[in-house]
Ligand binder design. Structure first.
Ligand code: AMP
Ligand code: TRP
Length: 351
C-alpha cells in the first residue's frame, strides 16, 4: 500500500482509464510567430471546455541554448500575454511557467534514467539545432526530449496538441512511458497521443517555402510576429516569396509550389476554410490579387490579438500573478504524480 497521495488520474493505461487531459508547451525563447498561433495557440484555445487543459511556458527548455536573463523574463511574460490574447483563458486552463513547478525538473531527471542514448541520438530537432557543433552544445539540449516527456507525464496528459515538428518528441514520450511501465511492472503512465491537425501544422517561412517559420530565423522578413503591426504584416506578405503562375482551382495543382502552397494554407487556417476552397476562390488569379486579400485576413485576425497583448504587457505584475496562480494549480496535479513515481522507483516517501 502506498503512503503517498494517489494521483487523481487513475494510473491504469491498459484500461484506458486516464482522465482526458490536454498538455502543451511553447518556449519563451523569442517572440511568438504566426506559426505558433496557427499551429498551436489557436488550437489550444479551441480545446478549452472540451477537456481539462494545461499550458506551459517552457523556460527550462528555452535555456538549453543561451538566453539573456532580461530577455527571457520579458519573453516569458510576453508569451503569457500571447496565450491569453489568443483565447487561452487562465481560469478555464492552467497556465504557468515550467520553472515555477518543481515536478518538471524532478521527473525530468527520473525519466532521463529511463530514456536510452540510442533513442536520443535519433532526435531530428537535436541534430538540426546542434548542427556540426554537437560537442559544444549544452547537455540540456541533448536531454531536452526527456524533459518534454516529463512535462507531459507529470500530468498524465493524454493529448498533446503540437505542430508537425514535435511529433517525434511525443512518440519518444510514449517510448519512455512504455519502458517505465514495463521495467517497473506498472500501468502508471498513459500512452499520450500527439494531436496534429488542421491546415497549419507546419507554417513555412515567407522567404523559403521549404523551411519552417520560426522565431529563431535570423531574417525577420521570414515570419509574422504576433507583435507586428498591420503595416508590417501587410508589407511582409507583399514581399513574401512566390512564383509567377496564377493560382490553380485546387491544392492538387500546388504540389511543386511550396511558397504558393504555404500562403494558401495560411489563408485557410486564418479564415477556417479549406485550402481547396481558397484555391477555388482565387483560381486563375495571380499573387497581385491574392496577397492583399491574405494581408487583410491576417490583419483582421492578428490585429485584435496584438492589441490585447500590448494591453496585457503594460501590467507585468498582473501577468506574474496569473502565472503564479497557474503554477499552484499545476503543482497540485503534478506533485502527487511525481511522488508516486518516486515510490514506484523505490525512493523513501517525502511525506
Ligand atoms: P516552439 O516555438 O518551437 O516552442 O513551438 C511551440 C509550438 O508551436 C509547437 O507545438 C510547435 O509545433 C508549434 N509551431 C512552431 N512553429 C510552427 C510552424 N511554423 N508551424 C506550425 N506550428 C509551429
Ligand atoms: N519542444 C516543444 C517545442 O519546441 C515545446 C514543448 C516543451 C512541449 N514541452 C512540451 C510541447 C510538452 C508539448 C508538450 O515546440
Amino acid at each position: 500500500m502506498s503512503l503517498a497521495p494517489q494521483p487523481d488520474a487513475t494510473p491504469d493505461a491498459s484500461k484506458g482509464a486516464f482522465t482526458p487531459r490536454v498538455f502543451s508547451g511553447i518556449q519563451p525563447s523569442g517572440g511568438l510567430t504566426l506559426g505558433n498561433y496557427l499551429g498551436a495557440l489557436k488550437r489550444f484555445a479551441a480545446q478549452q471546455g472540451q477537456r481539462e487543459t494545461i499550458y506551459c511556458l517552457v523556460d527550462l527548455h528555452a535555456i538549453t541554448v543561451w538566453q539573456e536573463p532580461e530577455a527571457l523574463i520579458r519573453q516569458t511574460r510576453e508569451a503569457a500575454a500571447g496565450f491569453i490574447a489568443s483565447g487561452v483563458d487562465p481560469d478555464a486552463s492552467v497556465l504557468f511557467a515550467q520553472s515555477q513547478v518543481p515536478a518538471h525538473a524532478e521527473l525530468g531527471w527520473l525519466l532521463m534514467c529511463v530514456a536510452r542514448m540510442g533513442w536520443m541520438n535519433r532526435m531530428t530537432q537535436f541534430k538540426d539545432k546542434a548542427g556540426k557543433n554537437a560537442e559544444a552544445v549544452s547537455l540540456g539540449l541533448y536531454a531536452y526530449p526527456a524533459l518534454m516527456a516529463a512535462d507531459i507525464l507529470a500530468y498524465h496528459a493524454t493529448h498533446v496538441p503540437v505542430g508537425e515538428d514535435q511529433k517525434q518528441h511525443v512518440e519518444l514520450t510514449r517510448d519512455i512511458a512504455a519502458k517505465f511501465n514495463h521495467d517497473y511492472g506498472v500501468d502508471f503512465f498513459p500512452m499520450t497521443e500527439p494531436v496534429i491537425e488542421g491546415p497549419a501544422t507546419r507554417v513555412m517561412s515567407l522567404r523559403d517555402g521549404t523551411k519552417k517559420m520560426s522565431k529563431s530565423d535570423p531574417s525577420d522578413a521570414s515570419r509574422i510576429n504576433l507583435s507586428d503591426d498591420a503595416d508590417t504584416i501587410a508589407q511582409k506578405i507583399r514581399k513574401a516569396r512566390t512564383d509567377a503562375e496564377p493560382l490553380p482551382g485546387s491544392m492538387e495543382g500546388l504540389k511543386d509550389r511550396p511558397e504558393a502552397k504555404n500562403l494558401v494554407n495560411i489563408f485557410a487556417a486564418l479564415t477556417d476554410e479549406t485550402a481547396d476552397a481558397i484555391c477555388a476562390r482565387f483560381e486563375g488569379q495571380g499573387f497581385g490579387a491574392f496577397k492583399p486579400a491574405l494581408a487583410d485576413a491576417a490583419v483582421a485576425v492578428l490585429g485584435p490579438i496584438t492589441g490585447r497583448m500590448n494591453d496585457l504587457m503594460r501590467d507585468p505584475g498582473e501577468l506574474d500573478r496569473i502565472l503564479r496562480a497557474g503554477a499552484e494549480r499545476a503543482d497540485a496535479i503534478s506533485a502527487p504524480i511525481v511522488e508516486e513515481t518516486r515510490r514506484i522507483m523505490g525512493m523513501i516517501p517525502k511525506r
